[in-house]
Design a protein around this ligand. Structure first.
Ligand SMILES: *[C@@H]1O[C@H](CO)[C@@H](O)[C@H](O)[C@H]1NC(C)=O
Ligand SMILES: *[C@@H]1O[C@H](CO)[C@@H](O)[C@H](O)[C@H]1NC(C)=O
Ligand SMILES: *[C@@H]1O[C@H](CO)[C@@H](O)[C@H](O)[C@H]1NC(C)=O
Ligand SMILES: [Cu+2]
Length: 350
């Protein structure tokens, strides 16, 4: 073999290795919101606001898209009926948050990692929930909206006990924000304010450590995931729905199953959920990093709340569609996101 071709094949082999080994030597350190320094909090919020000014990429698919922030909102609205109460709910949201984090860094000059909100630190009393650092108007995401009585509102599908708000947020960095799509399944341009509808009662019911612990008693992904996703009535909510609806109530953006990524807090809640899945995985990583199950089709067993129905289980090869939000190829296999420090991912939780 000529030395040149030896060189080329050595180079190719080296490239191949670096792709296969996909080394993650310096994982991003995802931290709890309250542990960030004031300057780090400011930098994160500034980057989110920056995303709301950068031109979007998915306007061809979702006409309401006006910004890079809206790409995430638009994709989530469009796919809501396919990505919840299915076996790839957790992998999908894991990659979704990681892609958001990557965009904040590469397009908006953010140098930190995606923060998470550990709501169990705030849900031991209703007063503690209201005093959460994530709702701080100066160093957080702002607070509640004014009370709107939704008792007779026929468009409300699930009335949330103890709701205290419902209107546009009254303070904080997203006071003037425009949520450009939604509410509900609507990808048309429909600019409206960010709304919040706190239920401190629900927070103390669903987000305490004791409630969040149930999934950790499970030894298979199938059972873990059922415990995390819960069901769709107030009694059956667990920490996923509990986090959305404690903030979003029945009229707030976070409570909207379609348009919840319109509230920047979505990404802190889902980062925390991802942290808990990772924590569960690490208990027996060699097995649990390969363990995936659950239906390919929404509202089929074990999430067949409306009528008995089954579909096939997802496998590690199942391809999730992120359109052109994912760099290189739009489809991402579950196997590529089973480990937060391999494949397409490189971060850790501290
Ligand atoms: C999602 O977006 C695609 C592409 O724009 C569209 O064809 C499809 O009807 C949308 N689906 C839903 C449920 O809105
Ligand atoms: C909300 O409206 C319902 C029905 O109109 C009424 O019974 C209830 O007392 C109101 N709740 C509050 C907190 O004002
Ligand atoms: C899917 O996998 C779970 C857990 O392994 C199993 O209990 C269930 O029967 C499977 N469902 C189908 C439709 O194969
Ligand atoms: Cu979602």
């Amino acid at each position: 073999m000529h030395s040149f071709s030896k060189f080329v094949s050595a180079l190719a082999f080296g490239l191949l290795l670096s792709q296969v080994a996909a080394t993650c030597t310096r994982p991003l350190q995802r931290k709890e919101w309250r542990t960030l320094r004031a300057s780090e909090k400011q930098a994160y919020i500034k980057a989110v606001r920056c995303m709301q000014t950068k031109p979007g990429l998915l306007g061809d698919l979702y006409p309401g898209v006006r910004s890079r922030f809206d790409d995430f909102l638009g994709l989530h609205i469009n796919q809501t009926d396919f990505i919840h109460f299915v076996g790839f709910f957790q992998p999908w949201h894991r990659f979704f948050v990681a892609t958001y984090e990557a965009s904040l860094r590469s397009e908006c000059g953010y140098t930190g990692a995606q923060p998470y909100w550990d709501w169990s630190l705030d849900s031991w009393s209703e007063a503690a929930f209201l005093a959460s650092p994530v709702f701080d108007p100066a160093t957080g995401f702002g607070g509640n909206g004014p009370y709107i009585n939704s008792t007779d509102d026929a468009s409300v599908r699930l009335h949330i006990p103890g709701k205290t708000g419902g209107g546009c947020v009254l303070n904080g960095p997203f006071l003037d924000m425009s949520v450009n799509m939604g509410p509900g399944l609507n990808n048309d341009y429909n600019p409206h304010c960010l709304t919040r509808d706190f239920s401190p009662w629900l927070a103390t019911q669903k987000l305490q450590f004791i409630n969040s612990f149930t999934p950790f008693l499970q030894t298979t992904f199938s059972k873990f995931d059922v415990a995390v996703q819960g069901s769709i009535d107030v009694a059956g909510l667990t920490y996923h729905g509990g986090g959305h609806l404690s903030v979003g109530g029945d009229l707030g953006t976070m409570g909207d199953v379609y348009a919840s990524p319109g509230d920047p807090l979505f990404f802190l809640h889902h980062a925390n959920m991802d942290r808990l899945w990772n924590l569960w995985q690490r208990v027996d990583f060699s097995r649990r990093s390969k363990d995936i199950a659950g239906p390919t089709v929404q509202f089929t067993a074990p999430f067949d709340f409306f009528e008995p129905a089954t579909s096939t289980n997802v496998t590690l090869d199942y391809a999730m569609d992120f359109k052109h939000l994912a760099s290189s190829s739009s489809s991402v296999k579950i196997s590529e996101v089973m480990d937060i420090q391999a494949g397409r991912l490189c971060y850790t939780y501290v």
